[in-house]
Ligand binder design. Sequence first.
Ligand SMILES: [Zn+2]
Ligand SMILES: [Zn+2]
Length: 60
Amino acid sequence: MSANDCACHIPSHRLGCLQCGAAVCPHCAIPMESAAYCRSYAGSLLAAPDVQPIKPFELQ
Ligand SMILES: [Zn+2]
Ligand SMILES: [Zn+2]
């Protein structure tokens, strides 16, 4: 998986997570507040309150 590939392995050159810069394809991007975020960041926003334990993200 290259830096330009989404987590689902679809190459994405048009969208990027506004928070971490990760490549996200249109199918996986999570639109929030008129910006696109990756699933990891969107999930952390929705699932974690303020503090999040250090553990790897679960990408599916
Ligand atoms: Zn991100
Ligand atoms: Zn994707």
